[in-house]
Design a protein around this ligand. Structure first.
Ligand code: KIV
Length: 280
């Protein structure tokens, strides 16, 4: 295959101001919204970074959109590191956060630290994210003690899908809402630099964002939080079957890619491609 050296040199050419966890904190203080999207590979991450996204999440949603699994549970630590290191090679501005996959941190805080160190060392990412509230505080403190920034994740936590049984909106009842607020405060106190809130009532998300000093990034959590995150395959319309109310599609790439592939097939079959200018 022809080497593609040009890609790398373009991505690294200019060095704009890097987004750090401190920059995100300042953005919250100034009321400036934080933009976050997932990416899992070099080419997509390069585009997302060049567009000016603040945070790239190498989410364990890679298990769904990249590997085709029904849940996020099967993806492994080594697979997350593969995705993360591909993303790291593409970016020159965004903060890169990597999900600790299911089974890589729930055992105990030592395991959580070992997994986080492996991600940081082998991928070059800037922070890790994990799901859960007070039950993961000890792990968060241990990871932080090694100097690794941690993002929390509450509300709908897909790694616990078999405990909850469905992907419906979380914390609609008072008791669960109260627990979520307490968990958010516990994560802030433990030292998380930011928190993702997934699929909870907008009113509750607003209350959380106003109650804690760290940035709150929502997905299906309304507008009154400090930033928004979406899975890139969903917002670009590559995935078709996933259509929750919170999803805004900015493109219909499924249709566009499919029709380009159909055109290519037609050109190959008819002998129209390659033409005389497209040969040596
Ligand atoms: O894995 C992921 O993509 C996520 C986002 C949905 C927040 O955790």
């Amino acid at each position: 295959m022809t080497p593609r050296f040009g890609i790398m040199s373009t991505a690294k050419k200019n060095s704009p101001k890097r987004i750090t966890t401190h920059v995100l904190q300042e953005m919250k203080q100034k009321g400036e919204k934080i933009s976050m999207l997932t990416s899992y590979d070099f080419s997509m991450a390069g585009i997302v970074d060049a567009a000016g996204i603040d945070v790239i999440l190498v989410g364990d949603s890679a298990s769904n959109v990249m590997a085709g699994h029904e849940t996020t549970l099967p993806i492994t630590l080594d697979q997350m590191i593969y995705h993360a290191s591909s993303v790291v090679r593409a970016i020159n501005r965004s903060l890169i956060v990597v999900d600790l996959p299911f089974g890589s941190y729930q055992g105990n805080s030592k395991e959580a630290l070992t997994s986080s160190i492996k991600i940081m060392k082998e991928s070059g990412a800037h922070a890790v994210k994990l799901e859960g509230g007070q039950e993961v505080v000890e792990s968060i403190e241990r990871i932080l003690s090694a100097g690794i920034p941690v993002m929390g994740h509450l509300g709908l936590t897909p790694q616990s899908i078999y405990k909850f049984g469905t992907y419906v909106v979380r914390a609609k009842e008072d008791e669960e809402a109260k627990k979520l607020l307490e968990d958010a405060k516990a994560l802030e106190e433990a030292g998380c630099f930011a928190l993702v809130l997934e699929k909870i009532p907008a009113k509750l998300a607003k209350m959380v964002a106003e109650s804690i000093s760290i940035p709150v990034i929502g997905i299906g959590a309304g507008k009154d939080v400090d930033g928004q995150v979406l899975v890139i395959h969903d917002m670009l319309g590559i995935t078709q079957e996933f259509s929750p109310r919170f999803l805004r599609r900015y493109n219909d790439l499924y249709t566009s890619i499919k029709s380009s592939v159909e055109d290519y097939i037609k050109d190959v079959k008819s002998g129209d491609f390659p033409n005389e200018k497209e040969q040596y």
